[in-house]
Design a protein around this ligand. Structure first.
Ligand code: PLP
Length: 331
């Protein structure tokens, strides 16, 4: 078993992935600071990242670390979207084969995005679990190298590079609000941030609809939760029954957990549109949604939250914004 990632691995990842990523800007939200009583609120704009989500950081770190022999064989992954897109992007950039296994339920615009990057899409099964089975079979039958979405030290270290960029610009950050699903993102950022500044307060934001990591922390082992639809589709899915890294890293490094509802996600999405003129997918808006709904006390603190991605179907996005505008007009 590969050892758990350290700050050193995160620095190495940052150097390795530089040609593949954008060092995204930090926006300041004066209005959100006023609303919450925070000393400052900043938004890390991974919604502007290459491929439209931070996942390219982990995927690039993993794929670029493969041996020449592994690169020749090509890579395979399964993903609800953003990780698959990231793997396809990185593989395309360095000219290696990528196969992405998706369930037949994945939204068609996501399938098209992955195909457009030159990857082969294998659509099979009715659930994420069945897509995973297909992936296991392809790995064995075609000798493809697996690139998993979160439970891998190189993926975790890649996502952790976000913390380096935040703390380089805002070294006195008090609170980091991070979306939590499989936990690769939170593990990497929290480990790196606490290695640099042990006093930093790490808050994980999970979906009320599908808090797989929270239930697993309570049970002390990976548990499955019922899959319900969510606006934050990038946060759906389990943590894997053979989870080796993220469950224990999330347990070690998270100071506080929040659950966010579908309505609160909409609040966050609308706010980012209305006040910051930004387009984000549901998963990206959970931190802002939590702040707007006073789910956490940030009085006098310097807060950073992550806008983690912007991959959302245009019709769905416009529908959400339009509904909110109509509702506000009626009031
Ligand atoms: C994958 C993803 C997350 C969650 O990351 P995990 O490592 O699974 O916890 C959050 N936001 C977006 C946009 C994502 O694609």
């Amino acid at each position: 078993m590969t050892p758990i990632p350290t700050l050193h691995d995160v620095y190495r990842a940052h150097a390795r992935i530089k040609p593949m990523i954008l060092q995204t800007p930090l926006a300041t939200s004066t209005d959100l600071a006023e609303k919450t009583g925070a000393r400052a609120v900043h938004l890390k704009l991974e919604c502007l990242q290459n491929t439209g989500a931070f996942k390219v950081r982990g995927a690039a770190n993993k794929v670029l670390s493969l041996s020449d022999e592994e690169k020749k064989r090509g890579v395979v992954t399964f993903s609800t979207g953003n990780h698959g897109k990231a793997v396809a992007y990185v593989a395309g950039k360095i000219g290696i084969k990528a196969v992405v296994c998706l369930s037949e339920h994945v939204a068609s615009y996501r399938v098209e995005m992955i195909k457009a990057l030159g990857a082969e899409v294998s659509l099979k099964g009715q659930s994420q679990d069945e897509a995973e089975k297909n992936y296991q079979q392809l790995m064995a039958s075609r000798g493809l190298v697996p690139v998993v979405p979160f439970d891998d030290p190189l993926i975790i270290a890649g996502q952790g590079t976000i913390a380096l960029e935040i703390l380089a610009k805002l070294p006195d950050t008090d609170i980091l609000l991070i979306q939590l699903s499989g936990g690769g993102l939170l593990s990497g950022i929290a480990m790196a941030a606490k290695s640099i500044n042990p006093g930093i307060h790490i808050v994980g934001v999970s979906l009320e609809q599908s808090p797989a990591m929270l239930e697993s922390l309570k049970a002390g082992r990976p548990v499955a939760v019922e899959e319900k639809d969510s606006l934050a589709d990038s946060l759906l899915g389990g943590i894997g029954f053979d989870n080796r890294y993220t469950l224990s890293l999330v347990e070690k490094f998270t100071d506080e957990h929040l659950l966010i509802s579908e309505e609160e996600i909409k609040d966050g999405m609308f706010y980012i549109f209305d006040k910051h003129r930004g387009i984000v997918e549901g998963a990206a808006a959970v931190g802002v949604g939590a702040l707007l709904n006073q789910k956490i006390n940030v009085k006098g603190k310097k807060v950073v939250t992550l806008l983690s991605g912007s991959n959302i179907n245009s019709d769905e996005y416009i529908g959400i914004i339009q509904n909110r505008l109509n509702k506000d007009r009626k009031q």
